[in-house]
Design a protein around this ligand. Structure first.
Ligand SMILES: [Zn+2]
Length: 420
C-alpha cells in the first residue's frame, strides 16, 4: 500500500516507462511500468508516458525586489543604474509589500515546478533586516510546500554602506542560512572578502557571492575567491553567481580560471536573463554576450547551474520565475540546442543546482523525498522547447500545484496570504 502511485512515466532520456510509488512523503519504489507490482495506492496518477523530473531547484532569486515595473519611472541604463534605481525604490518598501511580492514570485515558481529555492534577501541600512525577516517568515510558513534557503545579501556593499557589517551579523543570528557577498560594490576586494570569509568561519555558514558581474575581462575576483576557499577548507561550500567577465577572456585564460574554480569546488550559477540584459550594452560595436562561458566551465568539470535571479525589476524587466524559461534562453545564447544539451540543461535546473545548494538526498531515487514535477511531454528536449503550462508538482509526496486546473488554485497559498 502506497499513498501515491504515478504510473507509466518516463524518468530520463532513455524513454523507459516506469511506475513510481510514494509512501510517507518518500519515494518507496521505482519499477518498470506494470511489471509485477500490484500496489494498492490511495491515489493514482496516470503518467501517460509523460516525463517525471525531480523538483526544480531555483539556486538564485531575489524575492523582495521582484515585480517593480509599475513603480519604476524609467529603465536602468547599466548595472550600477539598476542598483541606484532599486535603492531609491527600496526606501518605500514595507514588510507587507515585500511579503506580497515575494509570495507572487513563489507562487509562480512553485506552479512551474520549483521545490527548493535559494533567495538573496538584501541587508543594508535602507531595508535594515526587513527583507531577511520577510524571507524567514516565508520559509517557515511554506516549509511543507517549498524548501527555502535565505542568503543575507549586502547589495549596497559592506563598507560602501556603513552599518551593513553589523546588520549582516544580525541577519545570521536571526536565522539566515547563507552569507552573501558582492565583489563589485566595495572599493577593496580584499576587505570585502576578508569580511565574507571571516563571517563564514565565525558562524560556520556557506558562502554565495555575486561575483565578476561585468563584461570587463579584468574583473577576476573569482580567482581570489577560489584561493581563499581552498585556504579556508571550504571546498564545496562556496557559490559564485554571474561570473560573466570570464566570458570576455581569451579562452586559454578562462580555462585556467575554470580549473581554479574546479579545484575549489566552487559552483557557478549563470543568470542569463539579467546578464544578457545588462552586459554588453556599452559596446558600440562587436558587442559581447556578457554570459559566463557555460560550455568551457563544464568542460573543466565546474558544477554549473542556472537561475532566474530577477523578475520584472530594474535589473531584468522580464521573466516569470520559470526555470524552463531561463534554461531555454541559455540554450539559445550558449549554443546548446541539441538533444544532449537538453539533458544537460535539465540537469542544471535539478541535480547541479541541488549540488550547489548542498541539498542532501535529492533526486528521483528510492528513499529520497518525493519532490517531483510531471509533464505531458515525453522528453527533456520537448519540455525545454514547449515550456509547457501543464505541470503537476509534488512536495514530499503532496501535490502542491497542478497548472492543468483553471483557474489556478493553490489552497495552501491562500492560507498564507490570510496570515498577513
Ligand atoms: Zn542576484
Amino acid at each position: 500500500m502506497v499513498d501515491l502511485l504515478i504510473t507509466d512515466t518516463v524518468l530520463s532520456g532513455d524513454g523507459r516507462r516506469m511506475d513510481v510509488g510514494v509512501s510517507s512523503g518518500m519515494i518507496a519504489f521505482i519499477a518498470p511500468c506494470g511489471e509485477g507490482r500490484a500496489e494498492v495506492a490511495a491515489h493514482v496518477v496516470q503518467g501517460k508516458g509523460g516525463l517525471l523530473l525531480p523538483g526544480f531547484v531555483e539556486p538564485h532569486i531575489h524575492l523582495e525586489k521582484a515585480y517593480l515595473l509599475d513603480a519604476m519611472d524609467r529603465e536602468a541604463e547599466s548595472l550600477q543604474d539598476a542598483i541606484r534605481i532599486t535603492a531609491q525604490l527600496k526606501s518605500s518598501f514595507t514588510k507587507e509589500d515585500m511579503y506580497r511580492r515575494s509570495l507572487t514570485a513563489i507562487r509562480e515558481a512553485v506552479r512551474n515546478g520549483v521545490t527548493h529555492m535559494r533567495c538573496h534577501a538584501e541587508v543594508d541600512p535602507i531595508l535594515g533586516l526587513r527583507a531577511v525577516e520577510s524571507a524567514l517568515r516565508l520559509k517557515q510558513a511554506l516549509k511543507h510546500q517549498l524548501d527555502i534557503q535565505v542568503v543575507a545579501f549586502p547589495q549596497e556593499g559592506v563598507f560602501k554602506s556603513p552599518g551593513t557589517a553589523g546588520l549582516m551579523e544580525e541577519a545570521i543570528r536571526l536565522g539566515a542560512d547563507v552569507i552573501g557577498g558582492i565583489t563589485y560594490q566595495d572599493t577593496s576586494l580584499r576587505e570585502h572578502l576578508d569580511f565574507a570569509f571571516g563571517l563564514a568561519e565565525k558562524y560556520g555558514k556557506p558562502l554565495d557571492i555575486h561575483a565578476d558581474f561585468s563584461d570587463n575581462p579584468n574583473d577576476r575576483a573569482v580567482v581570489e575567491i577560489a584561493r581563499r576557499t581552498i585556504a579556508a577548507g571550504m571546498q564545496g561550500q562556496v557559490v559564485a553567481g554571474h561570473v560573466t567577465s570570464l566570458g570576455s577572456l581569451p579562452e586559454h585564460e578562462a580555462l585556467e580560471i575554470a580549473e581554479h574554480l574546479c579545484l575549489a569546488e566552487i559552483s557557478v550559477i549563470t543568470l542569463p536573463m539579467t546578464d544578457l540584459f545588462l552586459n554588453g550594452r556599452g559596446d558600440a560595436e562587436g558587442s559581447c554576450r556578457g554570459l559566463a562561458p557555460v560550455k568551457l566551465l563544464r568542460k573543466c568539470g565546474v558544477n554549473v547551474a542556472v537561475g532566474v535571479n530577477n523578475v520584472r525589476n530594474p535589473f531584468t524587466p522580464f521573466g516569470k520565475a520559470d526555470p524552463l524559461e531561463v534554461a531555454w534562453l541559455l540554450a539559445v545564447t550558449s549554443y546548446m540546442g541539441g538533444k544532449r544539451d537538453a539533458s544537460t540543461l535539465t540537469n542544471m535546473l535539478t541535480y547541479n543546482a541541488a549540488q550547489a545548494l548542498s541539498i542532501e538526498n535529492y533526486g528521483l531515487k528510492v528513499g529520497a523525498p518525493a519532490d517531483m514535477v510531471l509533464f505531458r511531454e515525453q522528453s527533456e528536449r520537448e519540455v525545454l522547447l514547449n515550456k509547457p503550462e501543464t505541470r503537476t508538482v509534488w512536495k514530499s509526496g503532496v501535490q502542491v500545484a497542478c497548472s492543468d486546473a483553471k483557474p489556478l488554485e493553490l489552497p495552501w497559498l491562500s492560507g498564507v496570504i490570510e496570515t498577513i
